[in-house]
Design a protein around this ligand. Sequence first.
Ligand code: ASP
Length: 330
Amino acid sequence: MKRRTFFRLGLVTGALTVTRNVFGNTLFEEKSFSGKTGSPVVLSTWIHGMEANRAAWEILNKGGKAVDAVEAGVKITEADITNRSVGVGGRPDRDGHVTLDACIMDEQSRCGSVAFLEGIAHPISVARAIMEKTQHVMLVGDGAKKFALDQGFKTSKTPLPEVKKDWKKWKEENKDLFKKPQINHENHDTIGMIAMDKNGDLSGACTTSGWAYKMHGRVGDSPIIGAGLFVDNEVGAATASGLGEAIIRIAGSHTVVESMRYGFSPQKACEEAVKRILSKHKDLTNVQCCFLAIDKEGNIGAHSVYAGFNYAIKSASENKMVDSTFDRNW
Ligand code: ASP
């Protein structure tokens, strides 16, 4: 059997539930989800997820839609001006600009995204407006801002005075501006939120001011559909936090959801995504990447490269932080 034929046959049968090679061996099997979905639940990255989940839960608990819940939830974090990694209170890039990235995806696989947006308090709502009111998925920079202003979003002045002070100090201490910034607790706390509503529908939202003191113009994984967030209502949803560059390189959240499609549990799917990141990086020093996932039946998983990632969960029976499993200690 020629190698070429082998692949062709593999692809033809790829549309079916079970994909076999020409010898009749199963290559992989798409998991068929039972149709029994979990009860409403919301999951968010990091400690700020507790507050955000509270707002999302108010909507889910009243029978509201997951997409409304995730937008309302992450808006709480965006509105918190003491938060240095999300919203207008975020740290600036190395030139002193606070540039915001966000995306949202709903149960119909509709999505909206905004990147490199300055001076608008709720990038997640701009992303949602792009999803609902334009034919596009993503707007960036000045175009995104113009769209936001046309839609009636208000401007906020950034950076906040105390954030500007810190940035000036950082600049002083980092005369070599292209020195690799460290990945640490202060600079990687994006909020990624995924939720299931009472109909079993899934949606997600992700919003960040990105990597502190990044290069001007840098966009990470968070607003990129498939990297920082991915939802497939037949399968599951996933979100990511950590070094966006590494997450983009493996289309992280999409990779997690596709693994669930082919039968992995959310936990195993997150572990596989981390494994793939490990295999693509010769030197992983300080590269923290974290994944959080839920499948259509309400099973949950989370895994990170290094220790320290945690997520908030809220459901009818739980309201707590959970430490994820991880590959290595710092
Ligand atoms: N993923 C975000 C970014 O690379 C930051 C983070 O979540 O830590 O911009």
